[in-house]
Design a protein around this ligand. Structure first.
Ligand SMILES: NC(=O)c1ccc[n+]([C@@H]2O[C@H](COP(=O)([O-])OP(=O)(O)OC[C@H]3O[C@@H](n4cnc5c(N)ncnc54)[C@H](O)[C@@H]3O)[C@@H](O)[C@H]2O)c1
Length: 428
């Protein structure tokens, strides 16, 4: 028997409805796709399990899938990002929810387990949590699943490892790797919302501060861009020499992390790696520094080492923990090291998630139609999905991309040597 929803408080629903309705108003792409693609019946009666940061934008995706006829169950993907009012509203609108804000570790695991115990055919995953759980803990439930899609970089890395070991049991679409996802969501969405969360939670001024960005991937590029836009002195640390040079060419300071540890006022991590700020970095930092993480897990700074070297710790503001070192220096960790933009803020801007979740909705739709013909493995999102999402967004802005003439298309495809071409080149 499928369990009923587990949420904190059904009475919170009215505020949750208001949040979801706000998102709906600013989601032109999802609204277009809902009318044009999702309504074709492909999702009718399909069981979908989702785990993504459970706030209003995710809720809107779940609702549209449910309106397309799917039987949708949602769990939060991070203990601090779940919003209880949104969960209550979702349940009122017919979606099964297993999520509460700040659950115990046991509760969090029980919610994920409950989600896969519904026997989903399609999975929308974040960090490969549900896929990992199915393969490692509940292989008996794998048989129902026809396919999955994955939201984030960290999940893709895990899925690649599973594929290499030959244990990935069904086709998975790498939604994160769609151009309409990572170019916008990881870069602009995370950069924008992480800086917003940092400022809102500290009420401090960022101009002139040395902001150290750890990692210059998609997330790091966004963090650096928005810190720069706010007038910070941006310092980048990155192991890939090409990316580090790219940061240099963007006009940022580049140095190794031990040097940066000594001069930074703010540290922003977005690497997907662990202990990128370890004990030796933490011991060097100045009094009053801020540490915020935008990577998937809360292990980008070594919090265990920080607890060990600190003489004391206390909450100094909502979402800010102060660790005082024996010599009196104070290091401030935001959102307990969890993704600052989501655990201590409202997450990505609505318009960004409109693009990301349009990719996810179309990924689910594609899997519902074609997964039975696909072999197990990790797949890129079909290019048509990227294009459809981009065109729908441009249409909402009243803009059309350039149309190439037949002559231009022929020219781009031609390779034959022609007499006189060299002269034209020289003149041009
Ligand atoms: N907060 C959010 O809302 C959000 C959104 C998207 C992605 N993410 C997460 O952010 C993380 C990064 O994602 P991405 O798409 O930028 O990945 P990416 O692979 O594009 O970039 C990660 C970068 O970190 C660098 N790196 C690795 N170890 C490092 C170290 N020790 N020091 C400095 N740099 C190091 C890598 O070389 C790489 O350039 C992932 O965990 C991803 O899941 C978070």
């Amino acid at each position: 028997m499928i369990q009923e929803s587990i949420i904190r408080n059904p009475a919170l629903a009215p505020e949750g409805h208001r949040k979801i309705d706000w998102v709906a108003q600013y989601s032109p792409v999802l609204n277009t796709i809902s009318t044009n693609q999702l309504a074709d019946g492909a999702l009718r009666g399909r069981k979908i399990a989702m785990t993504i940061h459970l706030e209003a934008k995710t809720a809107y995706l779940a609702l549209l899938l449910s309106e397309a006829g799917a039987d949708v169950t949602v769990a939060g993907s991070n203990p601090l990002s779940t919003q209880d009012d949104v969960c209550a509203a979702l349940v009122e609108r017919g979606v099964r929810v297993f999520a509460t804000h700040d659950p115990t570790d046991e509760e969090f695991e029980r919610y994920l387990q409950g989600t896969i115990e519904t026997g989903p055919e399609l999975i929308i995953d974040d960090g490969a949590e549900l896929v990992g759980l199915l393969v490692e803990v509940r292989p008996d439930l794998i048989g129902n699943v026809v396919g999955a899609s994955e939201e984030t970089t960290t999940g893709i890395l895990k899925l690649k490892a599973m594929e290499a070991e030959g244990v990935l049991p069904f086709p998975v679409l790498a939604a994160n790797d769609a151009r309409m996802k990572h170019l916008f969501d990881n870069r602009y969405g995370t950069g924008h919302s992480s800086l917003v969360a940092l400022l809102a939670n500290t009420n401090l001024f960022i101009s002139g501060k040395a902001v150290v960005v750890m990692g210059f991937g998609w997330v790091g590029r966004g963090l650096a861009k928005y810190a720069d836009g706010l007038g910070a002195r941006v310092v980048v640390c990155e192991p890939d020499p090409v990316k580090l040079l790219e940061a240099y060419a963007e006009g940022y300071e580049v140095m190794n992390s031990m040097q940066a540890a000594e001069i930074g006022d703010v540290f922003l991590t977005g690497t997907g790696n662990l202990k990128v700020l370890g004990r030796a970095h933490l011991e060097r930092m100045k009094d009053g520094v801020l540490l915020a993480n935008a990577g998937h897990y809360d292990h980008e700074f070594d919090l265990d080492a920080l607890r060990e070297i600190a003489a004391s710790s206390r909450e100094v503001r909502k979402n800010v923990t102060e660790f005082e070192l024996p010599d009196g220096r104070r290091l401030h960790v935001l959102a307990r090291g969890r993704l600052v933009n989501i655990a201590a803020g409202d997450g990505h801007p609505v318009e960004i998630m409109d693009l990301t979740f349009a990719v996810q909705a179309l990924a689910a739709h594609h899997l519902a139609k074609y997964a039975s013909t696909m072999r197990p493995g990790l797949y890129t999102i079909p290019a048509e999905i990227d294009e459809l999402v981009a065109r729908a967004k441009l249409a909402s802005l009243g803009v059309e991309p350039e149309r190439l003439t037949e002559e231009q298309i022929r020219y781009q495809k031609s390779w034959r040597w022609e007499s006189g071409q060299q002269e034209q080149k020289a003149e041009g």
